[in-house]
Design a protein around this ligand. Sequence first.
Ligand code: G3P
Length: 251
Amino acid sequence: MTRIRWFGTNWKMNKSPQTAREWTTAVGTYMAEMPADQRLFVMPPYPLLPQILQDTKGTGLIVGAQNCHWVTSGAFTGEVSPQLLKEIGAHNVLLGHAERRKQFGETDEMIGRKASAALRVGLGVVLCIGEDASIKDDPATTRSFLEKQLSIALGDIPALAPEQLVVAYEPVWAIGVGADPPAVYEVAEQLRVIRHVVDQIVNEHVPIVYGGSVTLENGPSLLTETVADGLFIGRHALDPAMFIRIIQTAL
Ligand code: G3P
């Protein structure tokens, strides 16, 4: 069976309509020649979704939001429902990112409700999990922490369509400016644990991607020397040429 490789990027609170268009144009050129066993996804800020969905129609680029609520509609100022994302044509949604957990107080239970709601309206979900620096060097604690995050977030999901769910392992200590790019030995065992736990919970092959300071230098080993099915890239994929180079170098 062909092993699908996944490469995604979360733009966080970056880019404008103009720089988004430059990015999708460059990545569209790569995708026109892309082998069939690759999947590329991008998570822009909400207001850029319609433009990007329109500009990339027919290219195969998977376009998703960075968050959603778990209810359909109502008095939730500043929130966006999974139904609305589905209606505007978004393909998937990122849930449980470490920045939302830390800065906006999202709990595993909230993320579980969001995952259940998003999957039930037919959106794909990229579910982020990961331990922080305080437990990083304690394998048993890290293992049970990751198991708990997964079992709560995936505790009430419906039967999945193929490729509807992706799990992103993003150790908090490895994310963002100032973080040390991780070496393979620091994340390989956690990826194996996640593979094992996800296989026990979900009755469908769920791709697992690694995220957190992925670079041109560590991308190849993070992909080929671990059980990861792909890479999830933040700041180093804002430049489309670098995103494409990381993909090409890692394969
Ligand atoms: O969601 C991806 C992200 O958190 C990784 O960010 O900048 O460390 O690659 P970065």
